[in-house]
Design a protein. Structure first.
Length: 411
């Protein structure tokens, strides 16, 4: 590609913005066009369920990059716009305003959107989801002292918002249809520790509760369950997962399967088009399967990897999945995929928390999940992450013994 070539990035979230910056840092001198559908600078999403909701002074969004930095790097940022269609034969994208841009490489970093409820909802009901800064500001206005908040969904977002709301003085109920909290990614024993933390903090947890409808009554709302019981709410927050934004790719004829299908280098079925972040499904060498991750660090890492590979490096993405969630004054951190483990091993850190390790049938460490005080949990999970990447097979009794330094198990 020449210095007159153009790389277009559709999506100005963590992955897209990381890719734009990385292109410059890797020495790319051609044109970079970053396209975002929000009318503000690119910002981080993790604070939306925490600091944005609870800080005493209303915080602005935590920017990924400033306008000065964009200018310095020579990145053309088109805010308040989005790619409407892709003409792969002509290597051309058409924007929502009707303009067109030719590309030599295209990165789809279109992210994901909250899943919606498929139940009857009273007209005008105060029902919210959390994905954008505007969403967070709307929720912030209705989670103060004396407000009744019902959170539908006992996953990460739902629980983080519940923690923020109850800390602001709201009365909070979490409604979860499944048999426990955090069913998709956290082991049952760890989920019980988190449930206990929420209940001690004043959050009511309603497990196995299937919501049938949301009614309106005298300015408030009733979240009605199967069986007839209900919860009164001033605000209903829906956190039942997210859907990858694949429609643009699908309309362009790209392969889609629980996300935009990419190879190990994040290239799609069209070698001129790449995808990164929440929207893509990629093969992971460590787990020998195709996965899709909705996590801040994965978006950051894949954005950088996509930039490098669009410049021809052909570097495989094989970072160990890592995720964190703040729950009040404690942290939950996960390295690897707990679902891939066969042998659980518990390391009890006493008042500092607990780590649950998972070994594969051949003895390799494939995942670690910890909940407790930030410092100890972060240190242990970081070492576990290195062990997972190196395919270390530690002895279970050594993993279980908190007196043994995890670094001594690296080999």
């Amino acid at each position: 590609m020449s210095e007159q070539s153009t790389i277009v990035i559709a999506g100005a979230g963590q992955a897209g913005t990381a890719a734009a910056v990385a292109l410059r840092e890797c020495g790319w001198r051609g044109i970079v066009v970053l396209i975002g559908n929000e009318t503000m600078l690119p910002y981080e999403r993790p604070p939306l369920s925490k600091a944005t909701l609870i800080d005493e002074m209303i915080p602005g969004p935590k920017l990924i990059v400033t306008s000065e930095r964009l200018d310095e790097l020579g990145i053309a940022y088109l805010q308040g716009s989005e790619v409407a269609s892709i003409d792969r034969a002509a290597n051309m994208v058409t924007l929502s305003n009707g303009s067109a841009i030719a590309y030599h490489r295209l990165l789809l970093a279109t992210g994901a959107r909250p899943r919606k409820l498929s139940i009857p909802i009273a007209e005008g009901a105060n029902v919210a989801t959390l994905r954008t800064y505007a969403d967070a500001m709307r929720i912030r206005q209705v989670i103060g002292q004396g407000y009744e908040v019902v959170v539908i969904g006992g996953g990460f977002i739902g629980l983080e918002v519940a923690a923020s709301a109850v800390s602001r003085g709201a009365s909070v109920t979490v409604v979860e249809a499944g048999p426990r909290l955090l069913t998709r990614s956290v082991p049952a024993s760890m989920a019980e520790l988190i449930r206990a933390k929420h209940e001690r903090s004043g959050v009511r947890i309603d497990i196995g509760a299937i919501v049938e409808r949301i009614d309106s009554s005298e300015g408030r709302y009733n979240v009605v369950m199967a069986g007839g019981r209900s919860h009164v709410a001033d605000l209903v927050i829906v956190g039942v997962g997210a859907r990858p934004n694949v429609e643009l790719a699908q309309a362009a004829g790209l392969a889609v399967d629980d996300g935009i299908v990419v190879d190990e280098t994040l290239a799609t079925s069209d070698p001129h088009v790449f995808a990164a972040g929440d929207c893509c499904s990629f093969p992971h060498r460590l787990y020998k399967k195709r996965i899709r991750l909705e996590a801040w660090r994965n978006a950051q890492q894949q954005g950088v990897a996509a930039a490098v590979n669009m410049l021809g490096k052909n570097r495989a993405c094989e970072d160990v999945p890592w995720f964190w969630s703040d729950q009040y004054d404690e942290t939950l951190q996960i390295a690897g995929l707990c679902s891939e483990g066969d042998i659980p091993v518990t390391r009890n850190l006493g008042a500092r928390g607990q780590i649950l390790f998972y070994l594969a049938a051949d003895g390799r460490l494939v995942a670690a999940c910890g909940f407790g005080s930030l410092g100890p949990i972060a240190r242990e999970i970081r070492v576990a992450e290195i062990m997972i990447s190196r395919r270390v097979s530690p002895k279970p009794e050594a993993l279980a013994d908190p007196a043994i330094n995890m670094k001594d198990l690296l080999g």
